[in-house]
Every structure is written in C-alpha cells, then in structure tokens.
Design a protein around this ligand. Structure first.
Ligand SMILES: Nc1ncnc2c1ncn2[C@@H]1O[C@H](COP(=O)(O)OP(=O)(O)OP(=O)(O)O)[C@@H](O)[C@H]1O
Length: 509
C-alpha cells in the first residue's frame, strides 16, 4: 500500500463531520492493507506513530523545504521503516543524521503526502475522538463487534496491535487478548455525579465512598522484584519514581497490577500543590525535596489471578489483604464501604477538610471497565471543573503587558472535529503561571498575529466555572460563566478533554 492511500483516507476523514463517513473511509483503507501494514496504517489514521515519541518539532520540519515528488511512490512499509530509523537515532550528534532521514523521506513524498507527514509528525492529527472512529473502523473492516475490539485495545493498551489481531484472527483472536503483567491497561474512569446524594441514590447502598485525591493516576505492575509504573495515558515513568517502586516491592506478593493515585504530601500530611506532583513525572530524576506517596484503590491482578472481571468488592478484599500489615496500611486509599448516608457525608467532609478534591462513589458490584468512563464510578466535587483545550492566548495589558494572558478555551468535538471554542479566561493565573505561558506558548504557536498566539490544540487546562449560558456568539451556542484557571493538566491529552456535549449538559443544571 502507498502512503498516498493513507493520506487520502486521512483527508477524507477531515473533510466530513459525519462519524459514520469518517469510520467508513478508515475501514475502506484498512480492508486494502496487507497484514504487515495494518499496524502502521491504524496508528497513523488515529494520529499516532507506532514508534512513540519521535521528538520532531515544527522548527525541524520547517527547515526541510523540499520540492515534492511528482507522483506517489512511497510505500507504507518504507515510511514505517524511516520512522523506526528516526526513533532509533537520538542523543548527541544525531541531529544531522535525523535531518538526513527526514530529508530523504520528505524528498520522496508528493505535496499531499508531505502535508500528511507534517501533520502526523507534529501531532496535529492526534486529536479528539479519532481513536474512537478508528476503533469502529477496525471492527467494520474485520467484521467483528466493536465491543470485542474495544476490550482488546484497552487490555493491550495498543490500538494498532489490536487492529492487526482483529484483521488477522477475528473475534477468537481478540477474545484471547488478556491482561499481562508488564503491559499497562487503560484505566477505568469516573463520570461526574451531580452531588453525593445523587450518586448514592443512583448507585444504592452497595458502594464504597473514597477520598478523591488530587494527584496523578498511577498503574503499578510488579513481577517478582521488577516494579514498573505508568501514568493515566500509559506513559512509563518507572525511572522517575523509585520511591513508589520501593513501596510496592515491599508488599507481600509476587505478581500484581495495582491502580492508584500518587501525590506529594507536606510533612504534616497535607497535599502539596498539584504542580509539585506533576513535576516529578517530567523531570529526569527524583527531586529529594518532593517525595511521592502512593494511595492504592484497586487491584487488577494478584499472584497469578486476574481480578479485572471480578466485582469491586472482591478486588477490594484482595487489596485489603495485601495491605493488611501495619507498615503497608498508609498505602490504602481512605474510604468507607457500605456507609450510611451520614457516614458518606462524613467521608466527603473529611476529604475536603484534608485539602482533597472530593470523593469517588463506586459500585461494589461493578467489574473493572478498562478505558471506560461509566456510571459505576462517580466523582463528587463541590466545585465544578472542566478540562479544556487551550486554543490561543492574547498579550496582556496593564500589569500583564508582555505576558501571554487571556486564553481561549475549546471543548472536544466527540466526532473528531476541531475543538469548539466555549470561552476565554485570564482569571486564576499566578505570576508564575503567566511566566510559564509566555515562555511555553510560542513553541506551540501555529500563528502569531499582533494580538497574541494561536496554538496547536495540545495543552489541556482545568478551569472552574459557575455554569454555562446560551450564547449565539460562540460556535457551539454555549459559553462558560466566570471561568478561572485551576491548573494545567500535563497528564491529559486533548483526546481526554471534556466534550462540547459535556459543556452543553451543564445548561440544564
Ligand atoms: N479514590 C479514587 N478512585 C479513583 N480515582 C481517583 C481516586 N482518587 C483520585 N482519583 C483520580 O480521579 C480520577 C477519576 O476521575 P476521572 O476519571 O474523571 O479522571 P479525571 O478526568 O482526571 O478527573 P479530574 O479531572 O476530576 O481529576 C482518576 O483518574 C484518578 O486520577
């Protein structure tokens, strides 16, 4: 298959707003792919490359002004090989070699193919619901139920690998995909509960109410003495968090897959700023001033036994046995099982008093729904927040002259289109945050008009708001009321931002 076929499918996806038409275009090209091509083609159409982060920036690509090839000749295999070469070429003195590799690739590409490669390599294709569209397309192309593809993708953590399995071996091969220690699973997510009472009314008495700690999601795998840690986006951070690995290595088990939240605490046990926690995941090595504490709330596998499909009550029993010794008790996420309404309210009050965000109410009967944001877990937070994509920033005035200040906020289009603008805010920004925006945004700019910068839709910011209102001035017909920045969410991709539907749903509330 030629790269041109994939580029054409990608253009067809971008040209329609219809999710069905997008999926049909992807399914069509997947049906025509050879077995060895399915992986890369799937990854590219979902906006990703199989080789992980390639570290190719706009500036490098801008230097590669090549005359396009007249006719398409690049094969999928040749491009995939070039990307593998690029990923393998890093470190000191590699810049020239990388540019040579990229130069050869771009020199062999037509104008359409060059455009596609630029968008792929800069991450511009990696947006919103594309992954869901591609997942449906894989199911259609393989003639298997979408649910079978979804489950295998969540358990393997890889859509390209799942596509190859689905097209190669159908439903049976998909059903054979299991949890593996050492291979991270997409985390189960929570949906917003309107209030504690609503969540309890919805889920009944068979629940656990746990603190919702304001840190970073971690998935920890242990195999003998080897312990590895991943973030919620399945990025491995083992090397950056040795203290977490040590705590899990001390537990009385041989193999385990554990789910939890980690954060940095003060000496008196109060949570430190979210940025302190996040800084640990970006930095090369541990900062001795900021130590992370793990709080475990789920176990998906223990000593040879998969627990994923067991009800939460069974998984919590297993977790409690694992953490039974007094020295391990601090690793347990605080919570109360089967609380009375008064006890549940007490857990919420205690969580807020301790400086946490709220609580998560979880159905004890529910299995672990990897990758799902379902009603079985409901988060209750007194302050309403949304995770939105930063689309642009304007130069400030007065005290903020010379600073990139007022940011435009976009909600995700669930059908894979561009983010939909829902408001702007310059509130809630500390001097430190303004300085960070001013230093960081130009590197993400696609355009720098006099008023500020228009950004690649990459950064996710969490904003608090008082509600939303109908507004004909905004493209989605809805605008945020009194939005203010809570913090940036480097642990989230734009594909995980809240949707325009979630914003519209607040109109009713
Ligand atoms: N006890 C807990 N159980 C489950 N998740 C918890 C718990 N405490 C903190 N969390 C965090 O809350 C998140 C659950 O909320 P959700 O699935 O909506 O993720 P989120 O979008 O990151 O939420 P938010 O933006 O509200 O933190 C988890 O991903 C996890 O990081």
């Amino acid at each position: 298959m030629l790269l041109a076929d994939v580029a054409a499918a990608s253009a067809a996806v971008a040209a329609t707003r219809s999710r069905t038409a997008k999926a049909a275009a992807v399914a069509d090209v997947l049906r025509r792919a050879e077995p060895g091509e399915v992986g890369p083609v799937t990854a590219w159409l979902a906006g990703d490359v199989r080789q992980g982060r390639l570290g190719v920036g706009w500036r490098t690509l801008a230097r590669l002004a090549h005359d396009p090839a007249a006719a398409p000749a690049l094969t999928v295999a040749a491009v995939d090989d070039a990307l593998t070469g690029l990923a393998a070429t890093s470190g000191a003195g590699s810049a020239a070699r990388r540019e040579a590799l990229l130069g050869a690739l771009f020199g062999a590409a037509t104008a359409d193919e060059q455009r596609f490669l630029v968008r792929l390599l800069t991450g511009e294709l990696r947006q919103g619901a594309l992954e869901g569209v591609v997942l449906d397309a894989v199911a259609a192309a393989a003639g298997v139920p979408a649910e079978a593809v979804r489950r295998a993708a969540m358990l393997s953590g890889s859509l390209p690998a799942t596509a190859a399995t689905a097209l190669g071996g159908g439903t049976d091969a998909l059903a054979a995909v299991r949890l593996e220690v050492g291979r991270p699973v997409r985390p189960m997510l929570a949906s917003p509960g309107a209030s504690l009472d609503d969540a309890l009314a919805d889920l009944g008495a068979e629940v656990t109410v746990e603190h919702k700690l304001d840190g970073a999601r971690i998935q920890v795998h242990r195999d003998g003495d080897e312990v590895r840690v991943w973030t919620r986006t399945l990025r491995e951070v083992t090397g950056a968090v040795p203290e977490l690995a040590d705590r899990v290595r001390a537990l009385p088990c041989t193999t385990a897959v554990l789910d939890g939240e980690t954060l940095a605490l003060d000496d008196d046990g109060a949570p430190r700023a979210f940025q302190d926690t996040m800084s640990r995941f970006g930095s090369a090595g541990p900062d001795p001033a900021v130590l992370l504490s793990p709080f475990l709330f789920d176990v998906l596998h223990l000593d040879g036994r998969d627990l994923l499909d067991e009800p939460l009550a069974v998984r919590l029993d297993a977790l409690e046995r694992l953490l039974a010794a007094p020295e391990h008790a601090p690793l347990r996420m605080p919570g109360v099982r089967r609380p009375t309404p008064e006890q549940a309210a007490g857990v919420l009050a205690e969580a807020l008093a301790a400086g946490h965000e709220g609580v998560v109410v979880k159905a004890l009967r529910a299995p672990y729904a990897a990758g799902r944001r379902g009603r079985a877990w409901q988060k209750v937070k007194p302050v309403h927040t949304l995770d939105l994509v930063v689309l642009a920033a304007e130069w400030g005035y007065g005290r903020r002259t010379g600073r990139l200040s007022n940011i435009s906020l976009g909600a995700r289009d669930p059908d894979g289109g561009e983010p939909v603008m829902v408001g702007k805010t310059f509130k809630g920004m500390t001097d430190e945050l303004l300085a960070w925006q001013t230093a960081t945004f130009p590197g993400l700019a696609v355009e720098a008009p006099a008023w500020g910068v228009r950004l690649r839709p990459e950064l996710v910011v969490e904003v608090a708001l008082d509600g939303v209102q109908r507004s004909p001035r905004y493209p989605g017909g809805v605008a945020l009321r009194f939005a203010r920045v809570v913090r940036y969410r480097p642990d989230k991709t734009p594909a995980e931002a809240d949707t325009i539907d979630a914003v519209r749903a607040l109109l009713a509330g």
